[in-house]
Design a protein. Structure first.
Length: 276
């Protein structure tokens, strides 16, 4: 309850939660509001928003309903963000925990591997993975997680290096607890708050990376994603700019929501920020 009260004292966190709830509501109500296949034709191509009440946000250059596409695309973007963040944070926590807890040559080896991944920009590495393994939605989601684990890894490692020599860890070791028990039961729960905060950043970055791939025509063309609609609007960007602007605004709102939620979580979970 104290954490919840601390979160509710953050205006940024409240705004982010409201925006995120709105995006989730759009995703959950997509089938009810727009029961048609979002990839199907809904009318004459390139109808401006407001010109036809049947398609309130207009149609794209293929005649698809932009409003339906945006609502159904919310599902894809949220799914990509969630799964990619789980993969990235999971790998980062595993590698960072082992490196920070054991130190020595284990830490040196794992950090050199981490630095090798960091020498290549995330988007370039993502392009290589997509080129090798394909552009299906599952492949793209896992690939985004695989290119985003290094930052959580370093964050967890730093927390473990700070916590492993604390008195309660030494006391638990003196009681005969095994390494796995110490890592999972004692150190990791105390190292998770900053990782939880950073997970919101990973989710936002995952949505942006998928959108960038789709804009370049490298995402799965058979799914209703915001990035695919932005990519489809490239050819008419100068005249019918709304085709790309509307899904772009949806991405902006979603990324902003995750960022503000992360800010609120930081205020709630950081003991220095809490007002007792």
């Amino acid at each position: 309850m104290r954490t919840l009260r601390a979160y509710l004292r953050s205006p940024a966190g409240i705004i982010g939660a409201v925006l995120l709830v709105a995006v989730i509501a759009a995703a959950l109500s997509a089938d009810m509001l727009f029961p048609r296949d979002p990839m199907a034709l809904a009318g004459r191509p390139l109808q401006w928003p407001g010109a036809n009440p049947r398609v309130p946000l207009g149609t794209d250059n293929l005649g698809r309903d932009i409003a339906g596409f945006v609502c159904h695309g919310a599902r894809v973007s949220l799914l990509i963000g969630l799964v990619a963040s789980v993969v990235a944070v999971g790998i980062g926590v595993l590698v960072g925990a082992v490196a920070g807890f054991y130190g020595g040559w284990v830490d040196d080896l794992l950090m050199r591997i981490t630095e090798a991944f960091q020498t290549v920009p995330n988007f370039i590495l993502l392009l290589v993975l997509v080129a090798v393994f394909g552009s299906e939605l599952g492949v793209i989601t896992i690939a985004i997680g695989l290119v985003g684990w290094t930052a959580p890894c370093r964050l967890v490692r730093a927390e473990f290096l700070s916590l492993r020599s604390r008195e309660f860890i030494l006391a638990a070791r003196g009681l005969g607890m095994r390494d796995a028990q110490l890592i999972l039961g004692e150190v990791l729960p105390n190292a998770l708050p900053p990782v939880i905060v950073y997970a919101s950043v990973v989710m936002a970055l995952a949505i942006l990376l998928e959108s960038a791939l789709a804009f370049l025509g490298l995402s799965d063309p058979n799914i209703a994603s915001w990035g695919n609609m932005i990519g489809a609007g490239r050819s008419v960007l100068r005249t019918e700019w709304y085709v790309s602007a509307i899904p772009g605004a949806a991405i902006l709102v979603t990324v902003l929501a995750f960022s503000l939620v992360g800010h609120g979580l930081n205020d709630a979970l950081n003991p220095r920020m809490q007002v007792l």
